[in-house]
Write a protein that binds this ligand. Structure first.
Ligand code: CDP
Length: 229
């Protein structure tokens, strides 16, 4: 079987990462969570005081300091899934907080942030054999990917999934805050000037509102088998 490139894009909190991770593990591919890379840029900006209380970003300093942001992924032997590292520190928990979620879309809309992350993502996928999930993978990062999937689900179902996930990790969460955050991120992600969230013309759409994790995994494995032959 040839090693193909698999791009999984879609709205926020629709379970892209779960299906992408499961598929990669099953078929022995590398999995890259591109959203984690934008979340790392946001965490860096917050830690360095580059985002004011009113949300204003010090873009001049952030652009100058972009070369200081090094994101990598290492397999966690316990969970069997990759953890995200920012400059050598495991930030898997810290990048998933509501604070980071509430600032990430304006950071990800900055052209210089996108240029830096896109270049790193393309370098990671040069050899194929990769599953990457995000917003612009099938449109901007790997426009020639052999398999492109666009995932969505209803707003309420997505908010409930993210709310349950945060609660399960012991993080404070309010359902309405989670729902408003994902709607606001979808709005910013879909309307930004550079690489907005949109379905690639050749993507297969999956509405997983009423699918179990096992069912969506099966669906994706079948799509993979069709393309990788
Ligand atoms: O998992 P969730 O849906 O909450 O989001 P994520 O995949 O972790 O991505 C967080 C944010 O990063 C998104 O809301 C986008 O603003 C941005 N992002 C992006 O602009 N391009 C990507 N390829 C991936 C994420």
């Amino acid at each position: 079987m040839k090693k193909i490139t698999i791009a999984i894009d879609g709205h926020s909190s629709c379970g892209k990462s779960t299906m992408a991770k499961d598929l990669a593990r099953e078929i022995g591919y590398i999995y890259i969570d591109s959203g984690a890379m934008y979340r790392c840029c946001t965490l860096f900006a917050l830690d360095e005081g580059l985002i004011a209380a009113d949300g204003t970003i010090d873009t001049t300093t952030l652009e100058r300091r972009m070369p200081e942001i090094h994101v990598s992924f290492r397999l966690n032997a316990e969970t069997g899934r990759p953890d995200t590292y920012l400059n050598g520190e495991c930030v898997e928990q810290r990048i998933r907080t509501m604070e980071v979620s509430s600032h990430v879309s304006p950071i990800a809309a900055l052209p210089f942030v996108r240029a830096a992350m896109t270049a790193q993502q393309q370098a990671m996928g040069r050899e194929g054999g990769i599953v990457m999930d995000g917003r612009d993978i099938g449109t901007a990062v790997f426009p020639d990917a052999e398999l492109k999937v666009f995932v969505t689900a209803s707003d309420e179902i997505r908010a409930q999934r993210r709310y349950d996930e945060l609660r399960a990790k012991g993080q404070p969460a309010d359902f309405d805050e989670v729902l408003n955050n994902l709607r606001e991120r979808d709005r910013i992600d879909s309307t930004r000037a550079v690489a907005p969230l949109r379905q690639a013309d050749d993507a297969i759409v999956l509405d997983n509102s009423h699918l179990t994790i096992e069912q969506q995994k099966q669906w994706l494995l079948e799509r993979y088998a069709e393309r990788a032959l």
